[in-house]
Design a protein around this ligand. Sequence first.
Ligand SMILES: [Zn+2]
Ligand SMILES: [Zn+2]
Length: 400
Amino acid sequence: MKEKILKIEKGLSLSFKSLSDSIYEHPELGFQEYHASKAHMDLLKNHGFTIEPNIVNLETAFMATYDSKKPGPKICYMAEYDALPQIGHGCGHNMLGTSSTGAAIVLRYLLDEFGGQVILLGTPAEETSGAKVTMARAGLFKQFDVALMAHPDTKYRLSTPSLALQPLAFEFFGKTSHAASAPFEGINALDAMLITYTAINALRQEILPSARIHGVITHGGEAANIIPDYTRAEFYIRAESKNYLQQLTKRVLNCAKAGALASGCRLETSEYELPFDNMVSNESLNQVFYEAIQLFTDDEIITDQGAGVSLDAGNVSHELPCIHGYFPIADHDIPAHTLEFAQATQTPYAYQKLDEIICILAYCGYKVASDPNLLKAAKAEYDNQVKKGVIIPYQGGESI
Ligand SMILES: [Zn+2]
Ligand SMILES: [Zn+2]
């Protein structure tokens, strides 16, 4: 099977490189990825996929399906293609999306033998209000059996945990007045904000070391001689589990309530972006990913379980067996979210690794399609994690 996958991929390699390069040259922010989503859809269509554009009412989201017309599992690959302000594809989503679309296309040419369906899901805006959250909330993933993807990095890494993330905005509404002649007439919204900020700083002492709270004040007032009547801040709260995130969010909310109470301001809170769940990697699928990397490369594979970032793939992992692995696009360390990382996607080394990861992900799909025991094990593991409360599928409602 290795030789077969290598041969199919080799024949398509140039079209995959062109897809990645074309998206690199047209970086688009989240929910504006019209060029990128069309480029993916065009290529998938050329290979016999049926395209459903605008899924879950998002213009740059889509679903592409290849049905072998024989019974078998539904294997979903997820493609991201959004860029960052100023630095374009500094997160390498041009290559990320291409690795998923490439794997889906390669697998499509194997599937007639084994049965099942391969689905490529175009998932916009990972860097901000991740569309996978909207898709998970809409129950989209319930129809698939597994979901797979891999992110550019500087090493091969297995799918690791990520932190659950709650975005929270605070707005304080007070009353202006002259800061020198009539300060007693004012209600100071900046004081409310500073009390909130200080209370959150105090709270940090008692939170688990793995949790994070960080924020910025986006509106602090207009002029030094006017008591500010409006301030606004945006915070991110992150934690290793959904349960702890909920507890922490309540405590951060209390800090803002303290600011409102002390200053006499009115407080409004909102979720300015969608919250991300923590990633719970499916170890049965992770094991296949590990074997596949070994099959196609001699590279070192990092297996540590470090968390730190937050991913909208986390929400997917609470809906079905899922992995979000990593593949190298440079042979030395380059931090993500930099111009250098974007440029690394344009090197011969990165193109070679793109070919490799496409083969690796296609091989994982082939294993799921051809080995019923693997799928059974992956599903049993998922069910068990739900029972233990480690995985909490979305059950409706807002998070704050
Ligand atoms: Zn990123
Ligand atoms: Zn990314």
